[in-house]
Every structure is written in C-alpha cells, then in structure tokens.
Ligand binder design. Structure first.
Ligand code: C2E
Ligand code: CA
Ligand code: CA
Length: 566
C-alpha cells in the first residue's frame, strides 16, 4: 500500500497511538504528524501535502469545528475525519453537516481504515474531475495538437492589443504564416507525420520569438503571430528569424524533412484598425509572399498586376460575405422513374455591387486558394438549410463542397450544428463532393466523409468522369449517388458518349449507387438517359437554376402537372 501521510489533530498521545495502530494493524504504512494547537495546524497545512486529516472532536485547546474550518481554509477539500470518544449520532450528523467526511467513535476504530480508503478514492476522483474540467477549459483557448493558443485566444489578445496600442500610441504587428507544401507532406507521409511537423513548427516558432509574443495555430497549417509594440521593420526582423529557424531540416519518423513557410505581415495602425481587417491583410500579404516565393511580405495596398486583382477580389468577397452579397439559386433534380422532383441543388451566386450577378466560376477558385471558400461553404449550407425551399414537399437540398472543407477537422461537427440549429433531420441535406476532394488527403477526407455519412447526411460524387478515380475506388467512400459530368451528357445526342455513359450507369448500379445526369438540356438527351436506366436528371431542359421563391412555385406547379419540363 502507498505511504499515507496523516495530519493528526489530537492532544492525547495515547489516543494518537491508538489511531495510528488502527491503521498500521491493517497494513497501512503511515507517516503521521501530530498537532494540538491552531497555530501548529496552520503551519503543518502550509508545509506540505497531506492525504488525510484526522481530528479529535473534543480537544482541550480548540474545538473540532475550528480544526475543520482551518483545514478547509488552508487545504480545500482535504479529506477530514473526526474521531471522538463522546457524542452520539446527533454529534456525528452535525460533524458531517459542517463538512467533515466522517465521524468515528474511538471504540470502533476498525471503521477508520475503510473510511480513509474510501475518502482517498473519492479525493482522487475529485482530482481527476478537476483535471478534466481544467483541460476542457484549456482547450477552449488552445490547440490540442501544438498546445499553442487557438483562434479564439488570438482574437482576444489581438483585441486587447489593439486597445492598448491605441491608448499608448504604439504599433502592433500581426503575422499570418502558412507552410509551403504541407499538403504534400501529409499526402506522401500520412497525417501522423503531418501532425509531427506542425508540432515541430510550433516549437520553432516559439523558439524564434519572445515570450511576450503570441504564437497561435489557426487551423491546418496556418499560424498567426501577434507582436505587441512592433512596427513593420521589427516584424520583418521577426519574420526573418522565423524563416531562419525553419531552415534546418526536421527529423520526422527517421527522415529529414525540409519545411518552409510564407509569412504575411500587417501593421496597426497603418494597414487596419480592427482585428478583422488586420487578419485579412496579413492573410493577403501571406498570399503575395507565397506567390512570389519571397518568404515574407508586408501588406502593400499599391501592389499592381494580376496578383493584386485576385487579392482585391478576395477582399471584396470577404466584405461581400459580411454584407450579404451572396445568395443561392436552386436547380431541381428529377427522378426519371417517377417523374417527380426529388431534390434541389443549391448553386451560389455573388450579387456584386459593381459587376452584377457573378456565377461561381468567376470566384470559387480564387476563394479556394485564399481559404475564404470555407466561409462560402458554411454560408451555403447555412442558407440552404435556413431557407430550405420545398422542405414541406420533402425535397432534399444539395450543397457543393470545396475540397478544403473536408480537410478541416471541425467541418463535420459544424455541419451537425448547422442542422441542429435549424431543427432539421440530417437526411434533408446532401453534400456534393468531387474526386479531387479526396485525392489531396484521402485518409482524412474519407474519415470526415464517414462521419457525415453516419450522421445521416447524403453524399454525392459530383462531376464524375472528369477526375482520375475509378468506380472501384468509389467503393471505399460512403457516397450513395454519382453525378455524371455534364461534358459527357452533352454528347449523348449524337451517340458519341453513349457507350461511356452506359457503362458508368451499369457499373454504378452494380455498386448500388444511384446515377444522376447533369446538364440535361434537351428532350432527346432526357429520353436517351431514361432508356439507359439513368435514375435522375438535372439540367436546363428540366429547369434552369433560379431563386428559392421561383423554384418553389415551379415545384408546386409540377406536383400536379405533366412530366418532363417543369
Ligand atoms: P456543378 O456542381 O457541376 O453545378 C452544375 C452547374 O451546371 C451549374 O453551374 C448549373 O447552372 C449548370 N447547369 C445546369 N443545367 C445545365 C445545362 O442544362 N447545361 C449546362 N451546360 N449547364 C447546366 P453554376 O451554377 O455556374 O455552377 C458552376 C460550378 O460552381 C458548380 O458546378 C460547382 O462546382 C460550383 N459551385 C456552385 N455553387 C457552389 C457552392 O456553394 N460552393 C462550392 N464550393 N462550389 C459551388
Ligand atoms: Ca454540383
Ligand atoms: Ca457537377
């Protein structure tokens, strides 16, 4: 048995001996210290850690209540047991009421050892619970993998930092750091190695910077650094130090890896006066650094050329999101077996104040590169679920996912939350993924897809036929529908792509997948698909995409009307 450290509040030496013997007789090893005054008790409590305190209820020098009060004040919830020669049940009840763990009569000291053992177990359980809740509280503000502050804590420090900088008239710099080629490391060595790299990068960033600088991990391979009281020149110096620190190879799973990074710098007050703006500008300059392969770059509003145009577009999108310039159009998908509409696909639109209504082809890719696409995806799911057109007709709504979404570990949880917020069933939602979603980090993507599938969200493989994946590969994925890319459907009229489409349909059916054809823009194509056994169709012939209200009307009209065109 482990050594028991016992603090004994007792003024009678013989009684103390008896208490100790009650414990040593049953095999406990005890290290006891006896005190009999309040001063001595306080002194011992502050001297060290104790397993248990045992006190005589009726001391000459102080009352049992006083001894208990002192223990509670100086040692929190240290197990405390009264031992007494007098008093009956009522005294025992009173002792427990004021917070003792137990009350034991001197003529039944055999109860003492079991009582102590029980209290030790409970004290351990309390410690465990406390450790757990401390950990939970810690993780609300820290990243589990690297132990660095997370986005929440960074935002908080940045907010405080800006307030202080305004007050003192001092500058402040914010750095956005993104690793170069991290995806390749993840892909080729697995994300176990990727995780290790992130931890090593975190450690090197800490080494390169001062204690007072905040190094945060924002997610994935994105980090941010907050430098208080530092202007652009100081931040450039810090960036140089960081890049130097990263130069030495990292030993990961026995092999040396070379990891580099791109750093973007934004300075308060020159480049922005709010957290959001600074983060965004740091992000933009990081993107510039990555493009130029220059290591780091300080935000410059007057940069010219294509990069600048893209950056301007990214900023405009950012603001557009905040100002609700985005909306969704919906396109019906018809079940060719029943001629009923079975789902709507949500397609994002940007109602740009200057350029008008922009289709996704003009901005999704840039959003993808800048990382802003995560917000667009969240917006689309959120909007699709909150306006859920035709929900009353039981129609599912399908949202397109960007490859980035599935690399983000928090994505499945966020989807769950968005669904719960609207009090909907997960089966209302379908997510359309493309093959490249899976190509870039298969293991992680598949894990997240499984999570979504288990939740009850339907998964659709979009644009099928344009990527490299085979149908056999699809077997590993929890998708239930396959959408043949519109480029193959367009050629169906002249029989050109027919053999290919036919074999996709047959093989998909063998894999128990439903097949949807997109880009169906004529009656002839629609008829052909029906003959080939295609399950569903979507396209201009059935209905062009339109705003929710318009589509709802069409769906209602169709509910009681002729087949084919809506
Ligand atoms: P997609 O997922 O393949 O979507 C189908 C596209 O085909 C839509 O273009 C739709 O308007 C168009 N289409 C529909 N019927 C026909 C037809 O009969 N003929 C032809 N030629 N085209 C037809 P849209 O709306 O411009 O979307 C383009 C792409 O943008 C989508 O392709 C999708 O990959 C992406 N996208 C759209 N919304 C989102 C979104 O919210 N998030 C993400 N990440 N991507 C989106
Ligand atoms: Ca789609
Ligand atoms: Ca598609």
């Amino acid at each position: 048995m482990p050594l028991l450290t016992l603090l004994l509040v007792e003024d009678s030496e013989p009684d103390a001996t008896r208490v100790l013997r009650a414990l040593t007789d049953v095999g406990h090893q005890v290290e006891a210290t006896r005190v009999d005054t309040a001063e001595a008790l306080v002194a011992e409590l502050s001297r060290g850690r104790w397993d248990v305190a045992i006190a005589d209820y009726t001391l000459k020098t102080m009352s049992g209540e006083r001894a208990l009060a002192i223990v509670r004040e100086h040692a929190g919830d240290l197990p405390f047991i009264f031992v007494s020669g007098t008093g009956g049940e009522d005294v025992a009840v009173e002792a427990m009421r004021i917070g003792a763990q137990d009350y034991i009569m001197k003529d039944s000291l055999d109860r003492l050892a079991p009582a102590i053992e029980r209290e030790l177990r409970e004290a351990e359980a309390r410690r465990e619970r406390r450790r757990h809740s401390e950990r939970v509280a810690y993780l609300a503000y820290h990243d589990e993998l690297t132990d660095l502050p997370n986005r929440t804590l960074l935002n908080d420090r940045l907010h405080q930092g800006i307030l202080a900088a305004k007050r003192d008239g001092r500058p402040l710099s914010l750095m956005a750091l993104d690793l170069d080629g991290f995806k390749e490391i993840n892909d080729s060595l697995g994300h176990h190695a990727g995780d290790r790299v992130l931890q090593l990068v975190a450690a090197r960033l800490r080494t390169a910077l001062r204690e007072s600088d905040t190094v945060a991990r924002l997610g994935g391979d994105e980090f941010a650094v907050l430098l208080l009281g530092t202007d652009a020149a100081g931040a450039e110096l810090a960036a140089t130090k960081i890049l130097q620190e990263l130069e030495a190879p990292m030993l990961v799973e026995g092999r040396p890896l070379f990891v580099s990074a791109s750093v973007g710098i934004a300075v308060f007050p020159e480049h922005g006066s709010g957290e959001h703006e600074l983060l965004q500008k740091a992000d933009i300059s990081m993107y510039v650094a990555k493009n130029d392969r220059s290591g780091f770059s300080v935000y410059a509003a007057d940069r010219d050329g294509r990069a600048e145009q893209r950056l301007a577009l990214v900023s405009a999108m950012w603001y557009g999101l905040e100002r609700e310039q985005f909306s969704l159009d919906y396109q019906p998908i018809v079940d060719l077996r029943t001629d009923k509409i079975s789902a709507l696909e949500a397609l994002i639109r940007w109602n740009h104040p200057v350029h008008g209504r922009l289709p996704p082809d003009q901005f999704i890719q840039i959003a993808e590169h800048s990382g802003l696409v995560t917000q667009l995806t969240t917006f689309a799911i959120n909007r699709a679920l909150s306006e859920w057109p035709c929900g009353s007709h039981g129609l599912m709504v399908a949202v397109n996912l960007s490859p980035r979404s599935l690399h983000d570990g928090t994505f499945p949880g966020r989807v769950r939350e968005l669904i719960a917020t609207e009090r909907l069933e997960p089966s209302c939602l379908a997510l359309e993924i493309t093959e490249n979603v899976i190509m870039s980090d298969p293991e992680r993507a598949v894990r997240h897809l499984r999570e979504l599938h288990e939740m009850g969200v339907k998964l659709v493989m979009d644009d099928f036929g344009t990527g490299y994946s085979s149908l056999a590969y699809l077997r590993r994925l929890p998708v239930s529908q396959l959408k043949i890319d519109r480029s193959f459907i367009a050629g169906l009229t002249d029989g050109e792509d027919e053999a290919l489409v036919r074999s996709i349909i047959d093989l998909a059916h063998n894999l128990k997948l439903e097949v949807v054809a997109e880009g169906v823009d004529s009656a002839a194509v629609c008829e052909r698909l029906r003959m080939l056994g295609c399950d569903m169709a979507q396209g201009h012939f059935i209905s062009a995409p339109g705003p929710a209200a318009e589509i709802v009307t069409r769906v209602m009209e169709r509910a009681g009307s002729r087949p084919e065109a809506v």
